[in-house]
Design a protein around this ligand. Structure first.
Ligand code: NAD
Length: 442
């Protein structure tokens, strides 16, 4: 199959590289010239484990190419995937579909024969109808089917997720489009990965329902963590105790600083907007969004409280002014360089508001972080970040932070305070090393 992937970001580049690895002929298009230039030189514009080797192997095999020129790659393609961004629209929280529609217009101008246009971007219910209307209006001469095929990969584990997905969802009523999609995903079909064929609107909604459900699970356990702190229980045991029940499942039950990233925040908001537009409110998701927003700010207060306690003072920001805090991990999760809506942004802001100097280290996210948090002092590793700090805060659970040399860390610090927002340490071990330890829900 000849596939064109429009948008070569976290989803487009991984999907394109994986499709080429299945044996398809793939062209990844992006209008960001710097991205395409980098890819042509074998440099990855994002950090995703294993992606550089996958891309290199398929470029070498002649199955994967990169271009900024959309038109020639669309002409003659069996399928054109739209994998551009759908961020929150400024001001109202609706999904901003301007990139999707701009790509659609470009496709309309470029198609030369029957093809299948696939929305892989996360798009609200009804977007496929609008994409189809644009194509029909601009190109009544050409038979183009529009399919919804949402992507469920996770950054940091994207290649594995793409190649061994829990399921593939394909929304279309068009038999020819269905055959094309079947041919594209055949290598996975053979591996017995379930493919769910459904209507286009249903497929669009499945993606939002999945993300809203996962965001709800995280937010639920975060509230239970607060309750654990209040009553003297341990949230990790509660998670295990409920997660071992197959009806509940153990995943997404790790208490922490609140969900962030490039998907959950914007997708929960967009779902609320769809629900509002259709007069069918989703009150659970509304509560999830509210609770998660306030949680990120609460994490800043948690750090201030830890500083206050170390000071023997009140858990207010008064005693904290002029102190230094080291943040370990800035990206929204490990194994990515993605800083979009990361909890670290809200935490760093509330610390800065309280007059605290912030030092930081992240294994892969510092370049992206610098643009968003220019006032932080960026360090080469965890120990340099801890130098002179009154508290070290683990914000993202990178492997590099799981087995820190606590003696060395303490030796570098002004005061031995460890705030573990990911619950990756055991209290006894940290306290035995002479630290004052604050965790989440324990
Ligand atoms: P991204 O910002 O990393 O990549 C989007 C790319 O599209 C950018 O490189 C941009 O330059 C390019 N682009 C925009 N308009 C273009 C055009 N007209 N022609 C060519 N290129 C164009 O975004 P992403 O994280 O890959 O997300 C893409 C979509 O996938 C979003 O809808 C997102 O919600 C969804 N999604 C993302 C993830 C994830 O983990 N990032 C997971 C599942 C689904």
């Amino acid at each position: 199959m000849r596939i064109t992937m429009i948008g070569s970001g976290y989803v487009g580049l991984v999907s394109g590289a994986c499709f080429s690895d299945f044996g398809h002929q793939v062209t990844c298009v992006d209008k960001a010239e710097a991205k395409i230039d980098a890819l042509r030189q074998g440099k990855m514009p994002i950090y995703e484990p294993g992606l550089d080797q996958l891309v290199a192997a398929n470029v070498a095999a002649g199955r994967l190419g990169f271009t900024t020129d959309l038109a020639p790659s669309v002409a003659g393609a069996d399928a054109v995937f739209i994998a551009v961004g759908t961020p929150s629209r400024r001001g109202d929280g609706h999904a901003d579909l301007s990139y999707v529609f701009a790509a659609t217009e470009e496709i309309a101008a470029a198609v030369t024969g029957p093809t299948v246009v696939v929305t892989k971007s996360t798009v609200p219910v009804g977007t496929g109808d609008r994409v189809e209307a644009i194509l029909r209006e601009k190109r009544p001469d050409i038979d183009v089917a529009v399919v919804s095929n949402p992507e469920f990969l996770r950054e940091g584990a994207a290649i594995g997720d793409f190649k061994r997905p829990d399921r593939i969802v394909i929304g279309t009523d068009d038999m020819r489009a269905r055959e094309v999609m079947q041919a594209i995903y055949r290598p996975l079909y053979i591996n017995d990965n379930p493919i769910l064929f459904t209507g286009r609107r249903t497929s669009e909604l499945i993606k939002y329902a999945a993300n809203a459900f996962l965001a709800t699970k995280i937010t639920f356990i975060n509230e239970i963590a607060d309750l654990c702190e209040a009553v003297g229980a341990d949230v990790q045991d509660v998670s295990r105790g409920i997660g071992l029940d197959n009806r509940i499942g153990r995943k997404f039950l790790h208490a922490g600083p609140g969900y962030g990233g490039s998907c959950f925040p914007k997708d929960t908001l967009a779902l609320l907007k769809t629900a509002e537009d259709f007069g069918s409110p989703t009150q659970i998701v509304e509560a999830v969004v509210k609770v998660n927003d306030s949680r990120k700010r609460a994490m800043g207060r948690k750090v201030l409280a830890a500083l206050g306690q170390a000071n023997g003072g009140l858990p207010s920001d008064n005693g904290a002014r002029g102190k230094t805090v080291a943040l370990l991990g800035l990206t929204f999760k490990p194994n990515t360089d993605d800083m979009r809506d990361a909890p670290s942004l809200a935490i760093a802001q509330s610390l800065a508001d309280a007059g605290i100097r912030v030092r930081a280290y992240d294994p892969e996210g510092m370049e992206a972080a610098r643009a968003l948090l220019p006032d932080l002092t960026y360090c080469r590793d965890a120990y340099e970040a801890a130098d002179g700090a009154d508290a070290v805060v683990i914000v993202t659970e990178w492997d590099a932070f799981r087995a820190l040399d606590l003696d060395r860390l303490k030796g570098a610090m002004q005061a031995p305070v460890l705030v573990d927002l990911r619950n990756i340490y055991r209290r006894e071990a940290v306290e035995a090393a002479g630290f004052r330890y604050t965790a989440v829900g324990r």
